[in-house]
Design a protein around this ligand. Structure first.
Ligand SMILES: Cc1cc2nc3c(=O)[nH]c(=O)nc-3n(C[C@H](O)[C@H](O)[C@H](O)COP(=O)(O)O)c2cc1C
Length: 213
């Protein structure tokens, strides 16, 4: 009988001890769950490290006929804190590739700059402009030439990128500098036209032009 009472007493003590541990742990649990909420509620500008400086806002401007440069432009935009704008000629190019190859040759050789369907409305808001083009007859496509010649790019930083069909960037970089003489023009990203680009190539180039992590 005595042993029975002793066992009961030990069991009661064990339950009490477990309850005591639970109560003592509770403030910790509440404290932990509060911490992230408090952190999230504090605006970055009031952090103990002082005001945070936002990254320079960039604009990605591009023209694309068959879609390769558009894919690259989207990938670049995803890696910079920026907006994107697609250049389109007021009169769309034919959907027949061979027709456009011939027309493109004439336009490039004559220096024709086709009127654009729309202009970037708030260019003044951006200091850095990524400019993307397919290579047409060894240089920028005519709608990109129109943008570079017509936009007020004085004091802006232009970071060019292009896609090509196997013959490289040609003299596109020199021509961009001639078309936008008042801008600062960085090294061009030159990639073979594709539907998928290596993230590491884009990141290495972004880092080179000052947009690295
Ligand atoms: C009119 C025209 C001219 C082209 N000229 C060249 C060229 O000189 N060198 C080259 O490597 N590729 C040339 N290409 C191929 C394109 O540069 C290449 O396919 C590019 O990735 C297309 O980009 P997009 O899909 O954004 O239009 C030309 C294509 C067209 C339509």
């Amino acid at each position: 009988m005595k042993i029975k009472y002793l066992a009961l007493a030990v069991a009661v003590l064990a339950v009490l001890a477990f309850a005591a541990v639970e109560i003592l742990q509770k403030p910790d649990v509440v404290g932990t769950s509060k911490t992230p909420q408090q952190t999230a509620a504090v605006p970055l500008t009031e952090s103990k490290n002082g005001p945070s400086i936002p990254k320079q806002k960039a604009l990605v401007v591009y023209f694309s006929y068959t879609g390769n440069t558009r894919i690259l432009a989207e990938q670049i935009r995803q890696n910079v804190d920026g907006d994107i704008f697609e250049l389109q000629p007021a009169t769309p190019y034919s959907t027949d590739y061979d027709t456009v190859v011939k027309q493109g040759k004439q336009e490039v050789e004559s220096g024709y700059k086709p009127p654009l369907k729309a202009k970037v409305a708030n260019l003044a808001a951006y200091d850095v402009i990524f400019v993307g083009t397919p290579i047409w007859w060894y240089t920028v496509a005519p709608p990109v030439a129109t943008f570079l010649a017509e936009a007020n790019l004085a004091g802006k930083t232009i970071i060019p990128f292009c896609t090509h069909g196997g013959y490289g960037a040609g003299h596109s970089l020199e021509d961009i500098k001639k078309l936008a003489p008042t801008a600062r023009v960085f090294d061009e990203l030159v990639l073979y036209g594709s539907s998928k680009y290596e993230q590491k190539d884009i990141l290495a180039w972004l880092s080179k032009v000052g947009f690295g992590e």
